[in-house]
Design a binder for this molecule. Structure first.
Ligand code: FES
Length: 226
């Protein structure tokens, strides 16, 4: 079956998680906590086909308010396709991007109010759900931290790619920033001496002994008298 994530057609099967389908098709859905159901970076708005998805999980009920559920809110890492049908969803980032690009000020205010309401009303439930899962061993804090590191790296790439897709004229300046960072890294690595075991080449100091160890490029010529 085909489902549509941010209007992109994606091949999917019954039994697939929405997050997995998104990742398989390079769709922009975050997963900072690695699918443990507490970061909400994989939040999506299901615009069509909610009946084709599994019932909300306990973490979703803990973190998502009724107001957001009514707008089609789900966590992609918790939602499984349970039957064939047309499914259309928007990631939170895409939803927001469309509001901003459409200069939809009332839409933005409503969005901000709904998210604020969700945070305030669901913070106690969400926290206790997470604490309970850590206590029961369902969520491993060390494992989650590693996943958060990977997820943040992915999220930063996502932010840059979304930004340049939205504002193509920023590609050149961002590439310059990237090149600048590479040059700094190359300069820094040139400062390290490979002869003296990685010491810095510091001008005017005796910290690096590589000069005395270098093989001369031209061998001295010896003149022998007969
Ligand atoms: S990936 Fe963190 S809640 Fe889904």
């Amino acid at each position: 079956m085909i489902i549509f994530i941010n209007d992109k057609p994606c091949e999917a099967q019954v039994g697939d998680k929405l997050l997995q389908v998104a990742q398989d098709h390079q769709c922009h859905i975050g997963y900072i906590c690695g699918g443990n159901g507490f970061c909400q970076s994989c939040f999506v708005y299901v615009k069509e086909g909610a009946e084709c998805l599994s019932a909300p999980s306990a973490p979703e009920k803990a973190f998502i308010s009724d107001k957001l559920f009514n707008e089609g809110g789900r966590l992609a890492c918790q939602s499984t396709i349970v039957k064939e049908g047309t499914i259309r969803l928007l990631s939170r980032a895409e939803y927001l991007r469309r509001i901003v690009l459409g200069l939809n000020v009332p839409g933005f205010i409503t969005y901000a109010q709904t998210i604020g309401y969700n945070v305030i009303t669901k913070l106690p439930d969400g926290s206790s759900n997470l604490i309970g899962r850590v206590k029961s061993g369902e969520v491993n804090p060390a494992d989650s931290l590693a996943k958060i590191g990977q997820g943040l790296a992915h999220a930063s790439l996502f932010v840059v790619s979304s930004f340049t897709e939205t504002f193509p004229f920023m590609r050149a300046p961002l590439a310059l920033v990237g090149d600048g960072a590479k040059n700094v890294a190359a300069t820094a690595s040139n400062l390290l001496c490979t002869v003296s075991g990685g010491r810095l080449h510091l001008p005017g100091t005796a910290s690096c002994c590589c000069e005395t160890k270098k093989t001369p490029l031209i061998e001295p010529v010896k003149i022998l008298r007969e």
